[in-house]
Design a protein around this ligand. Structure first.
Ligand SMILES: [Zn+2]
Length: 280
């Protein structure tokens, strides 16, 4: 992605080097929210750990390496690009876009959805409208998930912003309200639809990044590869050797990459109805 020299976002909260442990407890909505905030379907217990400890925030001056700072700058530029794109798309649909914040943290963080460790992977908290990311996840993306490239990282950020779009469009409320009436198996299927829509929205953003000539050769493939790399079927095969579709929460590799691609091709923010489409 051609990002160097482009403007970064004013909505980045740099909390690197701050201990997120032992801050205020989980707060309202923790349980309701944990299920929908994972990119990778990580360990939900990570998000509410330390909730009972007393406030004890420590701050040490964080000195990022040159590479870490470059990643932070990159994330800031990607966020800004999403802000510009979604502001314009919302305007065209007679809506007002409210920018989410992007919180950079190391190891653990206190979010509006409870405290979370880096193990949970990047997540979006609807309670405070912030995307949380430990930039070390991008190393994991490259090495553990075999999804290298800057546009793989841009996809991850754009996917989390996609969850913010869902909140602003009221899709999140609809989803939450269904929770009570459904079995876990049914609710997992709704979660897959929600996640695939976030992939679709990431693709919509990428469509406009392409139009602005920000994509380089191989970028689209990097995003598609990342979307497949974190498909439930692939992850389950890697982690447990078998695949159990009833427990999928994010969609298969094929579904994730195809919904991203649909968004990328159309650029239509209203064209990603994964809830009525025959995706499962
Ligand atoms: Zn997600």
């Amino acid at each position: 992605m051609k990002w160097k020299g482009r403007q970064g976002s004013g909505n980045v909260e740099d909390r690197r080097g701050m201990s997120g442990k032992g801050l205020l407890g989980g707060g309202i909505g923790t349980i309701a929210i944990v299920i929908i905030i994972y990119l990778l379907g990580g360990d939900p217990s990570g998000i509410i750990q330390n909730a009972s400890q007393t406030p004890n925030q420590t701050e040490t001056e964080y000195k990022p390496t040159a590479e870490e700072q470059e990643l932070a700058d990159f994330a800031s530029v990607v966020l800004k690009e999403t802000e510009d794109t979604w502001t314009k798309l919302f305007q065209e649909n007679n809506k007002t876009y409210r920018c989410p914040k992007l919180v950079l943290f190391t190891d653990a963080v206190q979010s509006g959805c409870g405290s979370a460790s880096s193990n949970s992977g990047p997540f979006y908290c609807p309670g405070d409208e912030k995307v949380y990311i430990d930039l070390s996840f991008f190393d994991e993306l490259r090495t553990r998930f075999d999804a290298p490239g800057d546009f793989a990282m841009a996809y991850v950020i754009a996917h989390e912003v996609g969850h913010h779009i869902q909140l602003l469009l009221g899709i999140n409320d609809d989803y939450e309200s269904m929770r009570q009436e459904m079995s876990e198996k049914e609710f997992n299927k709704m979660t897959v639809r929600l996640e695939l829509q976030a992939d679709y929205f990431a693709g919509v953003w990428a469509h406009y990044a392409e139009r602005m000539n920000l994509l380089e050769e191989g970028d689209l493939e990097e995003a598609l590869n990342a979307a497949s790399a974190i498909g439930d079927d692939r992850l389950q095969k890697q982690n447990q050797g078998t695949v159990t579709p009833d427990t999928f929460t994010h969609g298969t590799s094929a579904q994730r990459s195809s919904w991203f691609l649909k968004g990328f091709k159309s650029g239509d923010m209203n064209g990603g109805d994964t809830f009525s489409a025959n995706v499962l």
